[in-house]
Write a protein that binds this ligand. Sequence first.
Ligand SMILES: *[C@@H]1O[C@H](CO)[C@@H](O)[C@H](O)[C@H]1NC(C)=O
Ligand SMILES: *[C@@H]1O[C@H](CO)[C@@H](O)[C@H](O)[C@H]1NC(C)=O
Ligand SMILES: *[C@@H]1O[C@H](CO)[C@@H](O)[C@H](O)[C@H]1NC(C)=O
Ligand SMILES: *[C@@H]1O[C@H](CO)[C@@H](O)[C@H](O)[C@H]1NC(C)=O
Ligand SMILES: [Cu+2]
Length: 794
Amino acid sequence: MVAETAQKSAISNRIAKICCCQFLGALIFAIGLAVGLTIGIYVYHGNKRESFSLEQQTPQCPTRNPIIDLDYESSVFAPLTTREMVQAAHSLLNQSVVSSLDAAIDLRQNFILCMYLHAPEKVKVINYLDNGGPKVGRYAKVYVQRGAASPPDVMAYKVGPLGSETPTVTPITKEGDIHFNARTYDTVELAYYDKLVKKDMDILAPLMAESFDGAVYPRDLYIFYFNGPPGYRAEERETRFVVGFSGFDDKNDMDLFHLLPLSGTIHCPGTNSSEWYTYSFYYLNQGPYQSSSKLMEAYSHGRMRKVKLFKGFRETIKSRVFPIRDERKPLRNFAHQPGSKSYQPDGPRYTVSGTKVRWMDWQFHIGAGQMRGPSLFDVRFQGERIVYELSSSEIVVTYASDTSAQNGIIYTDASYGLLGGDFPTLILKDTDCPHYATVLNTSYWSSSTQTPGQLQSICIFEVDGQEPLWRHNSISFAAGLRNRFLIVRVPTVVGNYDYIYEFKFQMDGKMFTTVSATGYIQAAFWDADNPHVGSDKTKSPFGYRVSDYAMGPIHDHTFGFKVDMDIISSSNTFKLINWKAGSILEALNTQVNIQEAPSYFVYNQTRFIKWETLRQEKGLKLNYDDQKFWTVVNEKEKNKWGVERGFQIVPLHTAAQTLTEAHPAMKALSFTKYHCAVTKRKEEEQHLTSMHDINRILDPKGHLDLMLDKEGIVNEDLVTWLTVGFLHVPSSEDVPMTTKVQTGFMLKPFNFFDRTASFDMPEYFESSNHEKDDHEPAPETCYEEKYKKFCKYC
Ligand SMILES: *[C@@H]1O[C@H](CO)[C@@H](O)[C@H](O)[C@H]1NC(C)=O
Ligand SMILES: *[C@@H]1O[C@H](CO)[C@@H](O)[C@H](O)[C@H]1NC(C)=O
Ligand SMILES: *[C@@H]1O[C@H](CO)[C@@H](O)[C@H](O)[C@H]1NC(C)=O
Ligand SMILES: *[C@@H]1O[C@H](CO)[C@@H](O)[C@H](O)[C@H]1NC(C)=O
Ligand SMILES: [Cu+2]
């Protein structure tokens, strides 16, 4: 796309043609080879000279740093900075909520689990933004694990205003509200687990060596503990663990592909780890054995079915999971050439100030937190507010498999943290985003070191969609607008899976929110002789075999979003447009009262619309047989045609929850039952789930159904909670990597503008009389400094 690239492809073309001539020459005259070579050499050198002089004439592409400043701390919405995290931590230290900020190593310590920006109170923010009211301070929401309290618990605090001389510390939860045993996992606990399980691993060494191709713990094996949830009730804490091979160089890199048929449970309530024990051991689904020695005894006495991985298997593990090019395969044609690329011929067309972004009459703020992930605030188009808040809230992944430690795994990923850190960088250069993208950092609190860390986690760029946004050909004109959009992309990693959040803004006022999943599947051991598998030895009721000893357990990826639209003001109404079919009379009688259908209707059946106002908080579900449009409108704001201005919420391709309410976890995961739930906005209803409900599924305290209490929602400040996702039946192509699958939703202007919103943009327009012809600004030919060194013709 750059001048050189175009030049290069011209050269390749020419060479290709000449080569073709050579070939023909060789065939026809049988002496072509020598001649062709001579020509080839001549052309190569000739062209080299030509492109060299071209480079001297071609200017470098203009660049401009889109970043005006990186000042997060004066923003109402920007993520916490590391400095603010340190201040919040010191305030907690000052108030003796924690006794030190040394690395957390002891369960009986109070230490900080995580922190993120405490959502600023909306009415105050609106007053500040719209009415010049007082600036709203920044506060941290901090979760503290209080192993030193009696009884121990987890507490949340609001700390701030940050940056002030004397931030205050206000508890948000009551003592004991969050039971200590319902806490999320942290590295402190894992260190205790490792110590405990080591003894069992020593006892089981002969079993592991014989069954698992001579494997030795911890040289070849590691223990995976996150087979949650740990208990039905908050007071319980039982952690299932499973032994696995690690195909990676660093044992902290969890290889979830090679989990083995050896598992147990750790009974681990409270803070006194001397009272913890392991029990319920299984080998190849045979158990439970009360202890590792009981299992070992049964194994040695041959009282059980055994498995023996083939000899040499261990050596093949890395090549099975490492996502690296297969060098035994030849390169595809032209694969040695660089691929196509986007560039900015005249510098960026957006600006970034703190996390406030402006592009083509759009403006918005980016927010992010280590537990709940990315968000947008105060999204406006041409000065008018459309969305107050659009936040990722939760990701649920529910598995099924026929293995002792892994059946019924449920992850609520916000309990682990959607932007939690642990990686040196997050944005992959030249892979996640175009090379010219602006990258912003977010901060997270590391519970193990009790210090903040930083991630490059957000990239912002404009990109050419290589497609029309609209087009039309007619006899008297041809016209169209090339679709270019601004993207805010946030790749995240939660254990084995990578999720890529993306917010895309278009010139016509449409906005897309998508999330895609890639990364590793979490596999389960494939036991070819599993007595529950029928005669077809390629699949179980829970998925396909995908490798010698691995099957891909079926699961879902369900993403929950909070979408607080403010169509011009906060007073909005949710209206459904019901697609109906029926007789002409039925259709007309939705508005008037007539007895006979007019004669000019050709058919006596028609489609028509029934408008419906949602009057009470409610969860809605998509149903293909009952088509409805969901709209959020402002009844007081009309367009030029007198119609209420609004936006339509359009879910992109999505699945639905397949579990019924008979499943014990469905209460905690109640948001997964709906695709769209509408509630009256409340400050205390920030998220779709509680971080702790997955550890107390019988008595969950913070889920969506609790918010749906039939309050009136006409002309109110509304939140639409959107749920989208996909079902995943892992297949062989998901190994080693699941390639991206995507879901999401679109916010589409719906009578919001008086006409198509993009007709203030230069476009392609050519009419037969050429009077009003229009074209986009033409880029100058230029080269990008960054790629100069990679260009061998330069
Ligand atoms: C807490 O901060 C206040 C104000 O800066 C200071 O006077 C007080 O000594 C501090 N307390 C502790 C325990 O550090
Ligand atoms: C922890 O448990 C052990 C074993 O029951 C007991 O001996 C010890 O006193 C307990 N420690 C504390 C601090 O309660
Ligand atoms: C962003 O984070 C990276 C570490 O991932 C750090 O090296 C860099 O200095 C940070 N940039 C800013 C502007 O803070
Ligand atoms: C009109 O539609 C109904 C079905 O709703 C059908 O029974 C009836 O025969 C139709 N009449 C005519 C004139 O086609
Ligand atoms: Cu999946």
